[in-house]
Design a binder for this molecule. Structure first.
Ligand SMILES: [Zn+2]
Length: 112
């Protein structure tokens, strides 16, 4: 039986967006590590690790990186689509698959 931490350890960063940001759990902040030519916006901190916020930042300030991200995500989707063609997870593109959800409901019986 795989434990949650085991699954998490074996799992790479869930999004390519983390190529451009670093998350500090200590501060609960994501820091932009994209270096513009003139150093503009480098080190921008955003609260939490909401990838859509991070993507918005990229799309606003780092167009080139945002394009790369979009490309990489599409590639990833294709790869995942092949591997998990029979998996329903492809219908939930915004959220990473829940680790405990699949089996959680099955054994749930109402005690009367
Ligand atoms: Zn930035």
């Amino acid at each position: 039986m795989a434990t949650l931490s085991h699954l998490l350890a074996g799992r790479k960063r869930e999004s390519y967006v983390w190529t451009f940001f670093e998350y500090s759990a200590e501060k609960d902040k994501s820091v932009c590590i994209v270096k513009n030519k003139d150093g503009e916006e480098y080190g921008k901190e955003m609260k939490g690790k909401n990838t859509s916020n991070l993507k918005t930042h990229l799309s606003r300030f780092h167009e080139g990186e945002y394009e790369r991200l979009t490309e990489e995500e599409q590639k990833l989707k294709k790869e995942k689509g092949k591997a998990a063609a029979e998996d329903w997870s492809c219908f939930k593109p915004k959220e990473p698959p829940r680790l405990s959800g699949k089996h959680a409901g099955q054994s749930e019986t109402v005690a009367v």
